[in-house]
Design a protein around this ligand. Structure first.
Ligand code: GTP
Ligand code: MG
Length: 203
């Protein structure tokens, strides 16, 4: 069976219960938003394909339960993630304070170097904001994370998060191909033809 995509990207969504992880995923995959709250049991999973530049990216999104009682189940889903979204609610300081706990989990359970994105959710609730943009941005910088504030409700900055992930995946693969090609050229001591140069310039 032929592939219907160019790149497969595995994303993991983590953060405290109620921060809006499922809502963020549902807005991206199905373009819906529910005001009701059904807490995730264990792990949920969705697929979404998106065209980015001239490539088709298939996102595999793993939406984990924020509740502590599911921590041992969700731990096994970190492996192989290309990107991890760490969510906090801009109206709830505790969820921001707990980001360091989630970062510890990332360090403990991920393999390789996934792209880390700190995501402040519910930005439509500006009048209830407790966590400032600047504070979170600084924290993200200090911990090598990208940073977004988003709202699943008003569909703000959701697509942009996944575009960043797609861009990063493509760039990373191109760098790997480039490095591999250069080291091969060096090892076998061949000058590249123009055709070969074209083949590697996929970015
Ligand atoms: P767990 O599954 O328990 O870990 O929670 P979760 O992080 O998946 O939260 P969920 O997406 O279920 O959202 C919790 C509540 O926040 C729901 O009532 C949502 O409607 C609400 N919510 C989520 N995103 C937003 C948002 O962008 N704006 C507003 N105003 N409410 C939101
Ligand atoms: Mg959920």
């Amino acid at each position: 069976m032929s592939n219907d995509y160019d790149y497969l990207v595995k994303c993991l969504v983590i953060g405290d219960s109620g921060t809006g992880k499922s809502s963020l995923m549902m807005r991206f995959t199905d373009d819906v938003f529910n005001t009701g709250y059904i807490s995730t049991i264990g792990v949920d999973f969705k697929i979404k394909t998106m065209d980015f530049r001239d490539k088709t990216i298939k996102f595999q999104i793993w939406d984990t339960a924020g509740q502590d009682r599911f921590r041992t189940i969700t731990a096994s889903y970190y492996r192989g993630s290309n990107a991890v979204l760490l969510c906090y609610d801009i109206t709830d300081k505790n969820t921001f304070r707990n980001i360091h706990k989630w970062l510890e989990e990332v360090k403990k359970f991920t393999v390789g170097n996934p792209l880390l994105i700190l995501c402040g959710t519910k930005v439509d609730l500006e009048e209830k904001r407790i966590v400032s943009y600047e504070e979170a941005e600084e924290y993200a910088k200090a911990n090598n994370m990208h940073f977004f504030e988003s709202s699943a409700k008003i569909n703000s900055n959701i697509k942009e998060i996944f575009e960043l992930i797609a861009k990063n995946k493509i760039t990373m693969l191109c760098t790997m191909i480039d490095t591999f090609d250069k080291s091969n050229r060096k090892n076998i001591n061949l000058q590249p033809s123009n055709k070969n140069e074209n083949n590697i310039s996929c970015c």
